[in-house]
Structure formats: structure tokens, C-alpha cells
Design a protein around this ligand. Structure first.
Ligand code: SF4
Length: 167
């Protein structure tokens, strides 16, 4: 049985973004994983109880975490709940890693917007990416597709070997 992968629902074409759109990625590898039933889509912001569409949100502070929408609403609790649920789902499904949307205040793993709602990017990570990484689940974004593919293929290759050794 091949490893499953948690994926940002918007990358699979689900219209769950703040503006009601998606971030569908066009990749044969992703399509193949999807056909094999190995992708577990999750939108942490929806899991946390936020609606679509919703005002965009950005991280204001990291310690302690504070995330607000562009109209000043504190949405930190929803983001934290979404992160917790995403980790729960990843663990329940036995996901080996996650492929998440870059730059999102939930899903971003390397960069986020700087909190000023003017499109400026800075190094950092979102609430869900953080929780997953803290739980030991590697996170890739859609701009790191080559690295992601390499990692998944490596695990897929290792699996029969590991099974032989253990049983
Ligand atoms: Fe996509 Fe993540 Fe934003 Fe949901 S929270 S729309 S999955 S980037």
C-alpha cells in the first residue's frame, strides 16, 4: 500500500480560496496520485470554520500567533483549529508528507505575506504548515514540485524493501 499525501484542497481545484477561486496545479504526477486515491485534500481555513468567500487574512505576529483579516477581524482561533484538524487528518490517514499552497497564512511553508496586505512577501510559514512540521510531517509547496516528486518516489521505492525486511 502506497503512502498517502495531504494536499491543499485549492491545489486540487476545489474553490475554497478566500476569493472563491482555486489554485489547480497541472501536473501528471499529481493527477496520477489522485487517480490512485493517494491524495487527502484539506482546506484548513474551511476546517477551522471560515466561509468561502472570506476576507483575506495575514499573519501579524508569530509569538504569540496573531492572524487578522484585512478588515481587522482576529481569525487566529479559526486558523489554529484548522491547523489542528489538518494534523489530525494527516495522522489518521497516515500521510507521509504534505503538498501545500505556497505563501498562504495557513498553508505556506517557506514564505508568507508580511501582514500589511500590500502583497509583500517575507520568509515565514503558516499555521497549518507549522503544525504539520512540528508533528514531523514534511511539507512541500507547489513551487517545489521536483523535490516533492523526488521524496514521494523515494518513499515508494523504499516501501517494498521495508516490507521485506520486517515481514
Ligand atoms: Fe488553499 Fe490552504 Fe488557503 Fe485553503 S487555506 S484555500 S487549502 S491555501
Amino acid at each position: 500500500k502506497k503512502n498517502k499525501i495531504l494536499i491543499s484542497a485549492c491545489l486540487l481545484g476545489n474553490k475554497v480560496r478566500y476569493d472563491g477561486r482555486d489554485n489547480l496545479i497541472d501536473s501528471d504526477f499529481i493527477n496520477r496520485l489522485h487517480t490512485q486515491g493517494r491524495l487527502i485534500p484539506v482546506c484548513p481555513e474551511i476546517e477551522g470554520g471560515l466561509p468561502t468567500p472570506r476576507p483575506p487574512a495575514e499573519i501579524q505576529d508569530k509569538f504569540p500567533l496573531r492572524i487578522t483579516s484585512c478588515i481587522g477581524e482576529d481569525v487566529t482561533p479559526q486558523f489554529l483549529e484548522g491547523a489542528e484538524k489538518a494534523v489530525e487528518i494527516a495522522k489518521r490517514e497516515g500521510c507521509c508528507c504534505a503538498l501545500l499552497k505556497s505563501r498562504s497564512p495557513s498553508c505556506g511553508n517557506l514564505e508568507v505575506y508580511d501582514g500589511n496586505f500590500n502583497g509583500t512577501i517575507k520568509p515565514g510559514s503558516g499555521a497549518t504548515a507549522d503544525e504539520l512540521m512540528r508533528s514531523g510531517i514534511p511539507v512541500y509547496n507547489e513551487r517545489q514540485l521536483d523535490q516533492f516528486i523526488e521524496f514521494v518516489e523515494l518513499l515508494d521505492d523504499c516501501e517494498p524493501e521495508a516490507q521485506r525486511q520486517t515481514g
